[in-house]
Ligand binder design. Sequence first.
Ligand SMILES: Cc1ncc(CN)c(N)n1
Length: 234
Amino acid sequence: MEDAGKKAVTEGVDCKIPVTEAWIRKHRLLYDGATRHPFIRSIRDGSVDFTSFKRWLGQDYIFVRSFVPFAASTLVKSSKESGDGLDMEVILGGMASLNDEINWFKNEASKFHVSLTSVVPQKPNIKYCRFLENLTSSEVEYPVAISVFWAIEVVYQESFAHCLEEGNMIPEELQATCERWGNEGFGTYCKTLREIADRCLQKASPEVISKAEVAFLSVLEYEVDFWNMSVGEA
Ligand SMILES: Cc1ncc(CN)c(N)n1
C-alpha cells in the first residue's frame, strides 16, 4: 500500500499529487540549496557582506534583462496553447512586474553606488542566460517553459520570504530587497504560476514531463551557482 503511494508521488501522475510537488519532494536537497543558500541566510541574520550584495545586484540586473525575452517567448506559447487565455494574462502581469524589477534594480544600484553599465557578466550568469535563450525556441514545449518560469520566480520568492520570517535581523538597507520578492502578492503570483504549470504538466506526455523535470533541476543548479557567484565562490 505504502509502495503504491510512493510510486504515484515519484511519477507525479496521480492527480492527487501535483507534478511540481512530486519534483520538490524528490529533489528536496537541491531545492533547499537554492532557496536557503548561505547568502540568503546571511541577509536574514544580518551578517551579509555588502560587497557580495552589490555583486549580486549588478549580476542580477543583467540576468533580469535576459529573463524578459524568455518571458516573452513563454507568453507567445501561452497565447497559442492555453484555451481560455487566462495563462496569458498571468504571464503578461509577470512581464509588467519584470519591468518594475528592472527599474527597481536601477534605483538600488544608484543607492549602493553600483554602476550597472560597467558590470561584466560572470560565467555562472552567462551560462544561466544562455540556458534561458535556448528555451526561447518555438520547439520548446509550453509545459517546459512554464515550469521553468515558475521555478525561477519561486526560488526568489521562497528565499526572500524566508529572510522576512519572524526573528530576522535584516539590515535596514536590505529590507526593501526582501520585500520585493518576499511579499504576499509575489507569493500569490508564484502560486498561480505553479497551478498553471501543474495543469499543463498533468496533460503533457511522459516525455515532455521528463524534459520539464530536467529543466527544473537545471534552474535549481543555476540558482545555486548564481548565489555562489554572489558570495565570490564561483
Ligand atoms: C537569478 C534570478 N532568479 C530569479 C529572479 C526573480 N525574477 C531573479 N531576479 N534573478
